[in-house]
Design a protein around this ligand. Sequence first.
Ligand SMILES: *[C@@H]1O[C@H](CO)[C@@H](O)[C@H](O)[C@H]1NC(C)=O
Ligand SMILES: *[C@@H]1O[C@H](CO)[C@@H](O)[C@H](O)[C@H]1NC(C)=O
Ligand SMILES: *[C@@H]1O[C@H](CO)[C@@H](O)[C@H](O)[C@H]1NC(C)=O
Ligand SMILES: *[C@@H]1O[C@H](CO)[C@@H](O)[C@H](O)[C@H]1NC(C)=O
Ligand SMILES: *[C@@H]1O[C@H](CO)[C@@H](O)[C@H](O)[C@H]1NC(C)=O
Ligand SMILES: *[C@@H]1O[C@H](CO)[C@@H](O)[C@H](O)[C@H]1NC(C)=O
Ligand SMILES: *[C@@H]1O[C@H](CO)[C@@H](O)[C@H](O)[C@H]1NC(C)=O
Ligand SMILES: [Zn+2]
Length: 295
Amino acid sequence: MMTPLALSLFFFFGIASGAVPFNYTNQIAWNSLFGSFCSGGRQSPIDIITRNVQGGNSTLTPLRMTNWDTSVNGYVLNNGHTLKFSPSSASSEARVQTFISTYKLLQFHFHWGPNNMVGSENKVNNTFFSGELHFVNQNVSAVNSVGSQFTVVAVFLTADSSVQYSGSVWEKLTESIPAFNATRSIQSITYESMLPSNLSYYYFPGSLTTPLCNEIVEWFVLQNPVSVPMEFFNKLRTLNDTNGDPLTLNYRDVQPLNGRTVSGYTVESVSGSIGLMSTTTALLAFLLIAVLANY
Ligand SMILES: *[C@@H]1O[C@H](CO)[C@@H](O)[C@H](O)[C@H]1NC(C)=O
Ligand SMILES: *[C@@H]1O[C@H](CO)[C@@H](O)[C@H](O)[C@H]1NC(C)=O
Ligand SMILES: *[C@@H]1O[C@H](CO)[C@@H](O)[C@H](O)[C@H]1NC(C)=O
Ligand SMILES: *[C@@H]1O[C@H](CO)[C@@H](O)[C@H](O)[C@H]1NC(C)=O
Ligand SMILES: *[C@@H]1O[C@H](CO)[C@@H](O)[C@H](O)[C@H]1NC(C)=O
Ligand SMILES: *[C@@H]1O[C@H](CO)[C@@H](O)[C@H](O)[C@H]1NC(C)=O
Ligand SMILES: *[C@@H]1O[C@H](CO)[C@@H](O)[C@H](O)[C@H]1NC(C)=O
Ligand SMILES: [Zn+2]
């Protein structure tokens, strides 16, 4: 068991420098990384078996998004494990309110596979989607404190040859893929353009899906996939990893439920508003920032 000091020193010199080495060919090795939670009891991703999903739980509420329909500028980074978009600090802050708390959107990134038959991290009925988009959000009341929790809004992506790449948000994100550890600026995108109109979701407690797999994430996986152009995935597969090799696969294998319940929330009517509201709006802090450096 590491002392808190040892742990913080590890985070300081280990994660903060982006130095935790991992790859997707040997995921078992993640378990033995120093300070790893990857073999814990509430790991992500999971296989969602729909007949076991608990419906009609009145605790669950619709996802309420604020500023997800506002145009933002930012940049994409190739961190060697994914392509990650972060909004510029000047962009209006986007939030999501869940039945648990309110969270601020920090970044989104993608998971994919070597072909369009695989690539999502979570599965439904043991079936993959072509990819998965993760919107990573942080508890606004806990940005700099212990007990801080993240919420990931996950969107399944289906490669579809009938969807036009040219002029789409998918093209803006991937028309040119930055080299490892490089960024490229992106202008005028909206998060809403990457969401399905129906925000029905599966909810379960889980973890980060990259080392150190910290068990600090509430998962809201949208039930309805979004169709994306084929070219989008072809571009993602050209992203060079930390070794300079094309990253053709960056999904973690599904993890055991270990008795967790997956709950479902179904949107019964999709009217004019889809729950998107338009309004303009020290050590542990460091540790959390450090954890996210790899995510
Ligand atoms: C993947 O990681 C394992 C464990 O660190 C390492 O032994 C292996 O060489 C790595 N593979 C590649 C292709 O980098
Ligand atoms: C409803 O779901 C929440 C979140 O998963 C859970 O804590 C609660 O126990 C569930 N309620 C019932 C009645 O199952
Ligand atoms: C999953 O399988 C069940 C049968 O067990 C089926 O009723 C359901 O429609 C399937 N769901 C999806 C999203 O494929
Ligand atoms: C959000 O942060 C506040 C302040 O630290 C904390 O009291 C609360 O429990 C956190 N909520 C969640 C869901 O983590
Ligand atoms: C990946 O690296 C190779 C070899 O260095 C280079 O030719 C290629 O342009 C790089 N691709 C991207 C998208 O950076
Ligand atoms: C990534 O780039 C930063 C400067 O932007 C540099 O300090 C850092 O060493 C680079 N990391 C790697 C692993 O190349
Ligand atoms: C939203 O999606 C869910 C899951 O596919 C479906 O059961 C529900 O009927 C949809 N709601 C509307 C209003 O279409
Ligand atoms: Zn992810």
